[in-house]
Design a protein around this ligand. Structure first.
Ligand SMILES: Nc1ncnc2c1ncn2[C@@H]1O[C@H](COP(=O)(O)OP(=O)(O)OP(=O)(O)O)[C@@H](O)[C@H]1O
Length: 609
């Protein structure tokens, strides 16, 4: 429950709606407990007026609610018995209408409030995701993140809406009806209420079982969905490895688990609802039986009207009491979901703006001073005493074996991580003193893994500059060597990319990603192995167009392909997180048995062979 206390801020925000909602629940219940009293009055009135029974009882006006007393006085004015019955029934109808009206208002306030809270909470979680560090996303599965924003937030909404409504309803219905039952007959109240606590306890326990079983079903369903999803997205691999049968078997096992759990839940539910009805039936039975005996024996001033009044009260208590278990499990689920959400919401991102961080215009000078960096989650030391000084306008290539730390250099420049030792500076300003948004806005980065959104080609290119003109988009596409291909698409720049759009080749995707960086037109450009999927000829073409574009920029190009490096001012060779060779192409070629020279020779052979 304490996990739910964070919702206090939302209840405070919507306090007007909440208080109005609570008032409406109470009013709606107030009008509903008045009708059994009127029923009692009408029955007793008819009984007395027509002398139906020779029964002796005293109508005690004080047992009725003040409002009912007034209504009775108004009805009971020189009217015939039939008129009293008709007018009384119309008042009962009026009460039912009033009750429904307040119920409508109650839903309009409490349920609407819960939708507002749901909206705010979704935004809060989404905004938090955007703030969290990249390392957080490495440690959590996408499915898990999606679940929190969808499933967990919905479960919390069930608490802020229906559960709150049920709780207020339960308390007010029990308080009001027990109050009037006691006014009417203490003895009968006692017997009638005996089965109700028992009912609540049984419902609570059975509901817990149902809750556990539902959780198991959810898990099984999640496995089943993941299984199906992977089969669809990996269909090409499955078919080429002829694994259809095995995959189906895997699916069948998951489906079987789901079926077993679902059947088990259905069995419990099959017992549950009839049992509730049985216990409620016992309450009604006790009312009629004990009330009847009192009546026959002329005890405790019980009239026919009182018995009917009690039967209606018992039925009125039925739903709220039987909803206790349901409400308790709603609260439990919401608390578990909020706990999960709090785990995320409480994380303070390590990478955030320090109070003295400023917007800085970057010129393009970059310094790595003796930087050592270890990935916090794996403990892998990716850079060791890394010292690199790049001047404004310099074009630097970084090469080396896979896993040597090349991408890490780019990640640190974008401040996706903080280096544990040493310092990184831009124009002699420590990276921590530059506002994150300012830093990242001034670096054009093309990551190794291309990611395109399900949107048009044009919008994908202008992603970083949402208001970029069509001309700027076309210019960027031209430099990235994409212009002709895009024009060849049926809808040109408006062609949709992604699951339901055109399927692009690996090289085309890479070039859209390059165009997306180019359009930013910043002083610093980092390309991370972003031409690996294009052929050597296209690569050369792109490079020749990029050359004039990069002229006044500082460029860091990470690559495995040596022959594209020829026009660079400096080539850095990394190995195990440290620089092992550094110089121009010619200088590196002169190092006997050097990494670069060997790589170059190997690639030349490959090209000729
Ligand atoms: N997000 C991460 N979390 C933990 N360890 C990582 C992460 N990214 C990379 N590493 C590890 O850090 C080391 C350096 O990785 P990095 O990606 O910088 O190499 P790279 O030279 O760019 O490799 P490649 O040429 O294959 O892209 C590797 O051992 C890698 O396993």
């Amino acid at each position: 429950m304490r996990h739910l206390s964070v919702l206090g801020k939302y209840f405070w925000k919507y306090r007007l709606r909440l208080s109005a909602g609570i008032l409406f629940v109470v009013l709606s219940n107030y009008f509903s407990v008045l009708s059994p009293q009127l029923m009692r009055f009408i029955i007793n009135y008819v009984d007395k007026a027509l002398s139906l029974t020779k029964h002796d009882f005293v109508e005690n006006a004080g047992e009725y609610d003040v409002l009912v007393q007034k209504v009775i006085r108004w009805i009971d004015q020189e009217r015939t018995v039939a008129q009293v019955v008709v007018v009384g029934s119309l008042v009962i109808l009026g009460l039912a209408l009033l009750r429904s009206f307040f119920m409508f208002l109650m839903r309009q306030t409490i349920i609407v409030m819960s939708r507002h809270i749901e909206y705010d909470q979704k935004n809060e979680v989404y905004a938090k995701y955007q703030q969290l560090d990249t390392s957080f996303f490495k440690q959590h599965r996408v499915g898990d993140l999606m679940n929190r924003i969808a499933e967990d937030v919905s479960r919390v909404r069930i608490f802020t809406g229906p559960a709150i409504m049920y709780i207020v309803n339960l308390v007010s219905v029990i308080a009001l009806s027990v109050f009037f039952m006691l006014q009417s007959s203490k003895e009968l109240t006692f017997y009638v209420l005996i089965p109700l606590p028992l009912l609540a306890i049984i419902i609570y326990f059975v509901n817990n079982t149902i809750h556990k079983k539902s959780e198991r079903i959810q898990e099984a369903l999640s496995d089943l969905t993941t299984n199906a999803q992977e089969s669809y997205s990996g269909i090409r691999v499955i078919k080429s490895f002829v694994q259809e049968k095995n995959m189906f078997e895997f699916f069948r096992i998951n489906a079987e688990t789901y079926r077993k759990n679902a059947i088990s839940l259905a069995k419990t539910e099959a017992v549950y609802f009839p049992s509730i009805n049985l216990l409620i039936g016992i309450s009604t039975l006790l009312t009629i039986m004990i009330g009847g005996l009192y009546y026959i024996n002329n005890e405790h001033n019980i009239s026919l009207g009182t018995i009917v009044e009690f039967v209606v009260y018992v039925n009125m208590l039925t739903f709220p009491v039987s909803a206790i278990g349901l409400t308790a499990s709603m609260v439990q689920r919401a608390a578990a979901s909020q706990k999960r959400l709090n785990e995320f919401l409480d994380i303070q991102p390590e990478i955030q703006d320090s109070p003295d961080a400023k917007d800085v215009k970057l010129e393009g000078n970059i310094d790595f001073n003796n930087v050592t960096f270890t990935y916090p989650d794996t403990g892998i030391v990716a850079l060791k005493n890394f010292d690199l000084h790049i001047k404004k306008g310099e074009k630097v290539a970084i090469t080396g074996r896979t896993g040597s730390g090349k991408t890490t250099v780019a990640q640190l420049l974008l401040r996706m991580y903080n280096a544990q030792e040493g310092s990184i500076q831009f124009d002699s300003i420590p990276i921590e003193q530059i506002r994150l948004a300012s830093l990242r806005n001034q670096i054009s980065y093309v990551p190794q893994d291309v990611f395109l959104f399900s949107d048009t080609v044009e919008n994908n290119i202008r992603f970083g500059i949402p208001h970029a003109s069509k001309e700027a988009v076309r210019e960027a596409a031209k430099i990235a060597g994409l212009e002709k291909e895009i024009e060849g698409f049926a809808n040109g720049y408006d062609t949709m990319i992604g699951e339901r759009g055109v399927t692009l080749s690996g090289g085309q995707k890479q070039r859209i990603s390059i165009a997306r960086a180019i359009i930013k037109d910043t002083a610093i450009v980092i390309f991370d192995d972003c031409l690996s999927a294009v052929d050597a000829k296209t690569e050369k073409e792109i490079m020749s167009r990029l050359n004039p574009y990069l002229e006044d920029k500082t460029a860091i190009i990470i690559t495995h392909r040596v022959f594209s490096l020829l026009q660079f001012d400096r080539i850095i060779v990394l190995d195990e997180g440290a620089i092992v060779e550094q110089g121009t192409h010619e200088e590196l070629m002169r190092i006997p048995d050097g990494f670069y020279a060997r790589l170059y020779a190997r690639q030349q052979e490959g090209r000729e062979g």
